[in-house]
Design a protein around this ligand. Structure first.
Ligand code: CTP
Ligand code: MG
Length: 223
């Protein structure tokens, strides 16, 4: 019985606008994928690591990850990329941690803590942080419809850890509306699974827009 990590890196990085996939964008002198992959290599709780790459950049990503990390081509949506990762797992893998390559500041400590929290009765576990901003529901013109009570509202990070069987089941079940989910927990929830959130790491934010890269660069280069 072992634990695997699927690092999804097959996105185009359109909002970052760097002209190449985010995984290859440098952060403090290293491509983001190198940082994310190294954290999983350093984690004591993960035995197999699969990086899911944009099909045209599979070789490019391969050059930037440690030798034991596998690189496979991904799909048109995040869910299809997760499926490509699932298809690559070895027969002994029972637990899977799915991580966004766009969160390069993940630490081995957070990975280990999340994997350790997956035990009965939980079907999936992920790190998360309480939302700090006031939340408003708006229409498509930005007109405020109402304020959403943020008490008990958490923003979810990755890695998202679940049993391999549960993840494969939900991926098969949602094949019809595949592509809609932006994370794996929502699939497990929809299938009636019990999901636990644990305290996340503020530095494990997702690099989405250019300002996120500026902040992350400061974090990795400041003494
Ligand atoms: N992802 C993926 N396959 C896709 C789409 C997304 O593996 N077809 C991955 C991304 O590489 C990223 C993670 O899912 O690590 C979260 O997605 P996001 O932050 O939206 O990254 P991108 O899709 O690359 O960015 P954008 O939406 O701005 O194009
Ligand atoms: Mg995207």
């Amino acid at each position: 019985m072992s634990t695997a990590a699927i690092i999804v890196a097959a996105g185009a990085g359109e909002r970052l606008g760097a002209g190449l996939p985010k995984a290859l964008v440098h952060l403090g002198g290293q491509p983001m994928i190198a940082r994310a992959a190294s954290a999983f290599v350093a984690s004591a709780s993960v035995e197999q690591i699969v990086v899911v790459a944009p099909p045209k950049f599979t070789d490019a990503l391969h050059e930037h990850v440690p030798a034991e990390v596998q690189v496979v081509p991904g799909g048109a949506t995040r869910q299809l990329s997760v499926t490509a990762g699932l298809d690559t797992l070895g027969p002994d893998v029972r637990v899977v941690a799915v991580h966004d390559a766009a969160r390069p500041l993940v630490t081995p400590e957070l990975i280990d803590r999340t994997v350790a929290a997956l035990r009965p009765p939980w079907d999936a576990v992920a790190p998360a942080l309480a939302v700090v901003d006031t939340l408003k529901a708006v229409d498509n013109r930005g007109v405020v419809l109402r304020t959403i009570d943020r008490t008990g509202v958490w923003a979810v990070q990755t890695p998202q850890v679940s049993s391999r069987a549960a993840l494969e089941r939900v991926h098969a079940r949602v094949a019809s509306d595949i592509g809609a989910a932006t994370d794996d927990l929502s699939l497990v929830e929809r299938a009636g699974g019990r999901v636990l959130l644990i305290e996340g790491d503020p530095a494990n934010f997702k690099i989405t827009h250019p300002v996120d890269l500026v902040l992350a660069t400061r974090l990795v280069t400041s003494p």
